[in-house]
Design a binder for this molecule. Sequence first.
Ligand SMILES: C[S@@+](CC[C@H](N)C(=O)[O-])C[C@H]1O[C@@H](n2cnc3c(N)ncnc32)[C@H](O)[C@@H]1O
Length: 400
Amino acid sequence: MPWITTDAHAESRLSGDTIRVLSESLSTTAYTNSAGGTHSFYSYPARFHPEVARDVISAFSRRGSWVLDPFMGGGTSIVEGLTLGRRMVGIDINSLAHFVSDVRTQPLSPADEDSVRRWADRAAVRLVDPDLSWVELAGIRNLPRATELFMAGALQLAADMLPRRRAFARAALLRLGQWALDCRDFSAPRRSRLAERLPAYVDDMILGLREFVASCRESGISKNAITGHRMLLHRSAAGIDRDSRIRSLRSKPRLVFTSPPYPGVHVLYHRWQYRGRRETPAPYWIANRTDGAGLSYYCGGSRTPTGIRNYFEMIVSAFSSVARVLHRDGTVVQIVGFSRVAEQLPLYLTAMEQAGFYEVRSSDLHDDRIERRVANRKWYAKLQGDVDAATEYLLIHRLR
Ligand SMILES: C[S@@+](CC[C@H](N)C(=O)[O-])C[C@H]1O[C@@H](n2cnc3c(N)ncnc32)[C@H](O)[C@@H]1O
């Protein structure tokens, strides 16, 4: 039996095959948007590779059972879980994460598709007009003028659409905005280029959503049943055991699969950057969601010693709540990285213990844990100062 635990009385039901699959899957290098389905909708920072999510969810849960991601981000696990026939609960304090996960798992009817296509075509024609005096600018910080004008006009043109269609239109604008600000050009694209791209993105996203619906159907979830198979909550993971919506679940989740913020690693979950440094709150404006919290809020604490202490308190409190909603035989699988691994990994494991878990480890692996080098990931490259070479760990825990 290759798996050992730090707790002598616990039985292990994990096989050597599982270790091999997870190690291989975690060593997948590229984090791209080419995964198909609705993964191209939004580049949420620090997102899972869809394949890793698939492998973990397949290995540790069954069709029809509930899987919880208490730090869901852009909803990779939610999308993959649904396409595998699971019921998914996703939680995040970021309203943008909630918005993106919602649109990515909300099927459209043929009439919805027609409507958003017509909107995109109309926007593409109207917004290249030299006279845009009808467009009301919102004065969004650090958004190039042509991009803001285009977005503001397109949002105005979407004003009368049904809510589901308008949400999809907003998601298409988010994708367009990410592309516009990420452009390798020295300047942001002109309106004509935005106008060219919007209908193409809408088409591509409609196809992605259809692909997602088809995969769900193959796994036994019909189009009409998809939204009933997922619960997305905009709130903190801490205290979820007292949330009546979670308490209303018919059965307890047997798998928690997640990736919390990493201690001391600051990622811009809530801002886009223009020219690689100027931050804009544009995504909240486009998605029409609440903004207002600072960077440390989404990262679990600042990088000061007090901030790192707050981070670990957040982990204890979030996972204590998770422990109370998890099935007695359930498993927590998470991917975590550290800015200073030697110091922080033990603190992290202690926090999990305080929350009521023991770690499951493998004697097949040379240092007992599945890990992955992530030297090329963008946010590590941007970090300043004293940061360990980036390694992410796949940690597996069970209830004590
Ligand atoms: C590493 S990201 C998750 C990315 C996700 N796995 C994906 O594939 O997109 C961590 C997320 O945790 C969220 N977060 C931070 N503190 C939280 C808390 N106390 N409760 C719930 N979510 C929190 C952040 O907003 C962020 O979206």
